[in-house]
Ligand binder design. Structure first.
Ligand code: 26Q
Length: 754
């Protein structure tokens, strides 16, 4: 029997499903989804949200869209009846990696939730020709290659809309591309991405180097890697202004088309500024309103009422500050406005730490955001508290009413239904399908914590997922891992504050213990997935050390029975969907106070992993919900860390000198075994960096980490049923971390849409 959907698919193929090639089927499915999603575009009545972000890490869209449109099972069935495999078709899709990590993925989850909740909310961003670089780990070092993801046909549709944008006195045409965002059983919204027609991919040279001189050819060529050194980032300013100027013109055009007069913009639009990357939208809107006859004071009032700002970090080095000379060169039209805003801010406060332009002539983007938006939010309870108490305390004193928390969330459609269908259907068989729209219903799983049959089923799903990951890794990288071992996974950007080096030192310690006859309670497979910013030497040294250690262990017949290290090459959304469902122990081990929230922690929890973590970011809220018996917490508190930074007395060398285990592990880095598996130069640099600086305080938490991780391994080995119960409790308590809840809070407190 041919269903209407199947009939339409066949029609779009122009031949039977059996005769069609995978390529033809993929194109037909793309068309079919587009047709179906267009039917769900709904008119906007009241206020509409514009989420402006330099990054939208949306990942592959085929399965996601089929699930959200309710077509997944039907299409998969029809394909399989014709001898075709949906998973194979998915392989044909390039992943749009239009983000670095958490902030970009958060934006993608938010778009999914907005559409699912039937809220009018569109994204505004850039159509990078190359997303985050492709990572290659041959020879034990990270090499970067351009990620050419764009194909002639794709999800983002070219439009005839172009907006003029003036950069350094020259006019460029920003072309609008529109990508449909489908909600789960909800409406269709739009991700608006801007690009220039003149981009020239042939100017890419070695690796990800390219000719930096010609804006017309390179402006949207690359997504900028989250870089540790901020030098030579002028192109970032060009990109940011292209995005906000075209975005602001789009917003005004849409609102005017709906009947907005320029002075009632706030009734039609809410603009969320995703970190400081889009902050220039504030002066740009004031400038554009001015062109339409709105005077400066009124424009400031309108923009303040329309815009809100989200802070994603307390790392001082990541807060954007641009030399006024650079802005005067690239966006001279904004300088008089930024200067006026600075003078206006100074009439409100004598506190020079809150000025927009400082004595050195640096323009502080976050300061402009806090003064001239009506809301500043942090992304987890602890992070918001730290903003109020220390990082932004001077602003908090000035505007206590503007500060609020919005704990991050993740979309359960991608991070459960799509990536872990077996678990999703097991949950549905127990508590019904209501959790797909109302994640809090997962709490009903608590009725089964003592049900042995349910726990056994949970364990067997996890085992299957671990086997599937093992097969995938073998296929992709040729490594074989033991699916019966405990899987500990740390996958996230490589950064010293996230402390992959702490995990590294543990693994060295474990290896040395095994070599001295102290066997662990269970074999451990340690899986890493991480990209390092191309200019971030220490981060690259940590990758290299992990790979070298993995070789040392693999070459040792005794140790390799007990431990194995695998570095997943080119970790991205597609890899995350394979890795996360297979995890037993989720490593969330940042230095307390430094990880604003984390969202990987939520994805692992939702898929039944137990967290090993510090009291940082959203780990605190996870611990609160699952209870201390169902999470492994260790390490200094954020209060202790903040006090220690204030004292400035931390000396890594003292710990190295006085602690045998630390010294033994650190010295192993440059011992014979490691040097024969890796580069003496890189390993020596990492060892010196740890002893001479260790800015993110690995050593003080080392012993506590060893103790807690060893405990987790013992518990896992001793009582699998107990472990399954902890796993179930983690899933049951994950409901709070749905991005649907986060978006409802943004809407209730900040946006007031519809
Ligand atoms: C800035 C200037 C020049 C080049 C790059 C950048 C840049 C790019 C990306 C700076 C920062 C980012 C990304 C930051 C980020 O992902 N932050 C994470 O946001 C998540 C969502 O709120 C949190 O969960 C994480 O804790 C936070 O680290």
């Amino acid at each position: 029997m041919n269903t209407p959907v199947e009939a339409r698919l066949t029609q779009l193929c122009g031949k039977s499903l059996r005769e069609a090639s995978n390529g033809e089927l993929y194109q037909a499915l793309l068309k079919l989804t587009q047709e179906c999603s267009e039917k769900k575009v709904a008119p906007v009545k009241g206020r509409k949200l514009y989420y402006i972000s330099a990054e939208f890490l949306i990942g592959k869209l085929l399965s996601n869209n089929l699930i959200n449109l309710g077509l997944y099972d039907e299409i998969r069935g029809a394909l399989s009846a014709a001898g075709k495999d949906l998973a194979e078709l998915e392989e044909l899709e390039n992943e749009p990696s239009l983000g670095n990590g958490g902030l970009g993925r958060l934006a993608a989850c938010f778009l999914d939730s907005l559409a699912t909740l039937d809220l009018p909310g569109d994204g505004i961003g850039l159509r990078y020709h190359c997303g985050l670089f492709r990572q290659d780990l041959k020879d034990g070092f990270q090499k970067e290659h351009p990620d050419m993801w764009l194909t002639d046909t794709g999800w983002a549709q070219r439009t005839d809309t172009v907006y003029p944008v003036v950069l350094a006195g020259k006019t460029y045409n920003a072309r609008l591309y529109r990508l449909a965002v489908t909600g789960y059983n909800g409406r269709t919204n739009t991700l608006n991405l801007f690009d220039l027609d003149t981009i020239d991919e042939s100017i890419i040279g070695q690796g990800i180097d390219f000719d930096k001189t010609d804006i017309e050819k390179n402006l949207t060529l690359f997504l900028y890697p989250d870089d540790s050194d901020r030098a030579g980032k002028l192109l970032r300013v060009y990109q940011q202004y292209l995005m906000v100027s075209a975005g602001a013109q789009l917003i005004l055009a849409e609102c005017v088309a709906r009947g907005c007069k320029y002075d009632d913009l706030a009734k039609y639009a809410a603009i969320q500024i995703n970190d400081t990357h889009p902050s220039m939208v504030i002066p740009e809107l004031i400038r554009l309103l001015g062109e339409h006859g709105v005077d400066f004071d009124k424009a400031v009032e309108i923009v303040t009422e329309t815009c809100a700002y989200t802070n994603h970090t307390i790392l001082a080095e990541a807060l954007e500050k641009w030399p006024r000379g650079d802005l005067a060169l690239i966006v001279p039209q904004l300088m008089p406005i930024i200067e006026k805003l600075d003078r206006l801010a100074r009439t409100r406060t004598q506190d020079s730490s809150t000025y927009i332009i400082d004595d050195a002539g640096l323009v502080h983007m976050a300061s402009m955001d806090i003064h001239f938006t009506h809301s500043t939010n942090g992304v987890a309870a602890l992070h918001t508290q730290i903003l109020k108490d220390s990082e932004l305390s001077n602003f908090y004193r000035l505007y206590p009413e503007k500060f609020n928390n919005k704990t991050n969330g993740i979309t359960f459609r991608r991070w459960l239904l799509e990536c872990n269908p077996a678990l999703a259907s097991q949950i549905e068989s127990l508590i019904g399908g209501g959790f797909k729209k109302d994640a809090r219903e997962l709490g009903k799983l608590m009725d089964y914590v003592d049900n042995d049959a349910v726990l056994a089923k949970f364990s067997s799903i996890k085992r299957d997922n671990k086997r599937a990951l093992a097969d995938w890794l073998y296929l992709k990288q040729g490594v074989r891992i033991n699916p019966d071992a405990m899987f500990s996974i740390q996958s996230k950007r490589l950064h010293e504050y996230k402390r992959q080096q702490l995990n590294l030192l543990f693994l060295i310690h474990q290896y040395l213990e095994i070599k001295s006859g102290h066997l662990p309670s269970v074999p451990l497979v340690s899986i890493f997935g991480a990209k390092a910013a191309p200019a971030y030497t220490t981060a690259k040294d940590i990758i290299h050390a992990l790979i070298a250690l993995s070789k040392v262990i693999a070459a040792d017949a005794q140790a390799s029975k007990w431990m194995q290290i695998v570095f997943v090459e080119n970790y991205n959304v597609t890899a995350a969907e394979k890795v996360i469902p297979a995890c037993d122990l989720s490593e969330q081990i940042s230095l307390a106070s430094k990880e604003a929230s984390g969202t990987g922690n939520m994805k692992f929890m939702l898929n039944g992993a137990v967290t090993l973590g510090t009291m940082d970011g959203a780990n605190v809220e996870i611990a609160e919900r699952v209870g201390e018996k169902n999470i492994y917490i260790f390490g200094q508190s954020s209060g202790q860390v903040i006090a220690s930074y204030a004292r400035g007395t931390y000396r890594a060398r003292d710990w190295y000198d006085s602690d045998f285990n630390i010294r033994r592990a650190v010295d192993f880095l440059t011992g014979e075994e490691m040097r024969s598996a890796g580069s003496g130069e890189s390993l020596g640099r990492l060892r010196a960096q740890l002893i001479d600086s260790d800015w993110f305080q690995t050593f003080p938490d080392f012993n506590a980490y060893v103790v807690r991780k060893t405990q987790a391994m013992q518990d896992y080995a001793a009582d699998p049923v107990h472990w399954a119960r902890m796993s179930l409790i983690n899933v049951a308590k994950a409901g709070f971390f749905s991005s649907d809840r986060t978006i409802e809070e943004y809407n209730r407190d900040i946006w007031h849409l519809g």
